[in-house]
Design a protein around this ligand. Structure first.
Ligand SMILES: Nc1ncnc2c1ncn2[C@@H]1O[C@H](COP(=O)(O)OP(=O)(O)O)[C@@H](O)[C@H]1O
Ligand SMILES: [Mg+2]
Length: 428
């Protein structure tokens, strides 16, 4: 079978890498892909938003499975267009992808189906939103309704900050139409974890839980980024917590969507806050997380192509139990100095051509080949995943890999996994 992966980041490299191991898969295309996956997939120069060209490509090349990485094409309805041409595509329809593409939709869905989440109100009028904040208790969380590339959520500590955030979103429209509606939520505290699960509209199978590190600098300081590292599994999600998440979040979500006439297929990613009052949903994503995917997939032994086809064919109910490698994984993001603000591109990268480290994998995100030499080409440049018996050893392996990579302005966090690791007492 021929496979098409849509997207160009570290997540897509990990998807390509894992799909390549499938007995079912002969050839992989990636649109537009990146130079780092060149040995595994043929990169096709098509934009992720160019649905028509992607459909034509899939038809012409007899693609047996298409996998969508990022949220934007899902929100635009790429799955509907592929389905119209009887092409097999893994992911939710436009309507189902609203769980991610509209925060108002997802919060109202959760309220209707009694899925635990922070209390909230929605507003379309600036004055009403400010009026609400005037009599509310801070901190509050203000969220633009639509997709905002991870920038549409602002935590505010007082009325001045709240007014500024609401002004930016609702009047100045810094996120465009994404800010036509806003949510104002109570601030909740706890450990944040990522639960990705595969759904077929009726059945949902969770993958191992992971934890991302969003802030740019050590100790969770600095601006939010696309993700500076992740590890898997996370001890914060005990068996009991996972059962609660399954019973109170994942199953009610899948059943609720089916009941509402918009069955959800693909990856349901629940961003969870583990609060004292139990796990609560912060948000849903309708696709694989980045960099969580680069941490989770290296531990999965089950054939990913078969799992995705079972989602498409609605046969997950009969799918064998997922098979996982024992132990842990850790993925460290190597970024360019300045990221997530301004950074330089085109810095020559040393250590990639001859990279060799056992149980350590390199996933490219922002790299390019220039005169057959690797150079940086983005904010997040590489993700290095190590796997081993436990988290500490997996981290050691990943950081050994990271230290082999050198370029001008290398930036990475040295404390991935810090929230769960206890202080070392002697040796590991
Ligand atoms: N109700 C809340 N209480 C506390 N923190 C929150 C709340 N909602 C969101 N956050 C924080 O803001 C981040 C971004 O919010 P999220 O809803 O995940 O939006 P997005 O990922 O689309 O930007 C979360 O990862 C979390 O750290
Ligand atoms: Mg989020």
């Amino acid at each position: 079978m021929k496979v098409l992966v849509i997207g160009s980041g570290g997540r897509e490299h990990a998807l390509v890498w894992k799909l390549k191991k499938s007995k079912k898969v002969d050839k992989i295309f990636c649109a537009p892909g990146n130079a780092g996956m060149g040995k595994l997939a043929k990169c096709v120069n098509l934009k992720v938003e160019n649905t028509k060209a992607l459909v034509d490509f899939a038809l012409r090349n007899k693609i047996g499975l298409t996998v969508v990485g990022p949220e934007v094409p899902l929100a635009k309805g790429i799955v509907n267009e592929f389905q119209r041409k009887k092409l097999k595509i893994f992911g939710p329809t436009k309507a189902a992808a609203q769980l991610e593409s509209s925060k108002v939709f997802s919060k109202e869905f959760m309220r209707k189906h009694h899925i635990p989440t922070a209390p909230f109100k929605t507003f379309t009028m600036f004055a009403e939103a400010v009026g609400f904040c005037n009599s509310a208790q801070f901190p509050l969380v203000i969220k633009a309704d639509g997709l905002a590339a991870g920038k549409g959520v602002i935590i505010v500590k007082n009325i001045e900050e709240a007014t500024k955030a609401l002004d930016d979103i609702m009047l100045s429209k810094v996120f465009g139409d994404a800010g036509t509606q806003v949510l104002i939520e109570s601030f909740i505290v706890g450990q944040e974890v990522s639960i990705m699960a595969i759904a077929d509209g009726k059945t949902i199978i969770p993958l191992l839980p992971s934890q991302d590190h969003k802030q740019a600098y050590e100790g969770d300081k600095g601006p939010n980024t696309g993700g500076m590292g992740a590890y898997c599994p996370t001890d914060f999600v005990t068996k009991d917590v996972m059962t609660q998440i399954m019973d109170h979040v994942l199953m009610p979500t899948i059943h609720g969507m089916a009941q509402d006439g918009i069955p959800f297929k693909g990856v349901l990613y629940a961003g969870m806050m583990l609060t004292e009052a139990g796990p609560k949903v912060l948000e849903y994503n309708a696709r694989f997380g980045d960099p969580e995917t680069q941490a989770v997939l290296p531990l999965l032994k089950t054939d990913l192509a078969e799992l995705m086809l079972a989602s498409i064919n609605q046969t997950l109910g009969a799918f064998p139990k997922l098979n996982w490698q024992q132990g842990s994984s850790a993925c460290i993001t190597i970024a360019s100095k300045g990221y997530p603000g301004r950074y330089k591109k085109g810095m020559p990268i040393k250590g990639l051509h001859d990279f060799k480290e056992e149980n350590c994998f390199v996933f490219h995100a922002g790299t390019a080949l220039k005169d057959r030499k690797w150079v940086t080409n983005g904010g997040r440049v590489l993700g290095i995943t190590g796997i081993d018996k436990n988290l500490r050893l997996a981290l050691n392996r990943a950081y050994k890999g990271v230290e082999r990579i050198k370029f001008n302005g290398v930036m990475y966090r040295k404390d991935i996994g810090f929230r769960v690791l206890k202080p070392t007492k002697g040796k590991v």
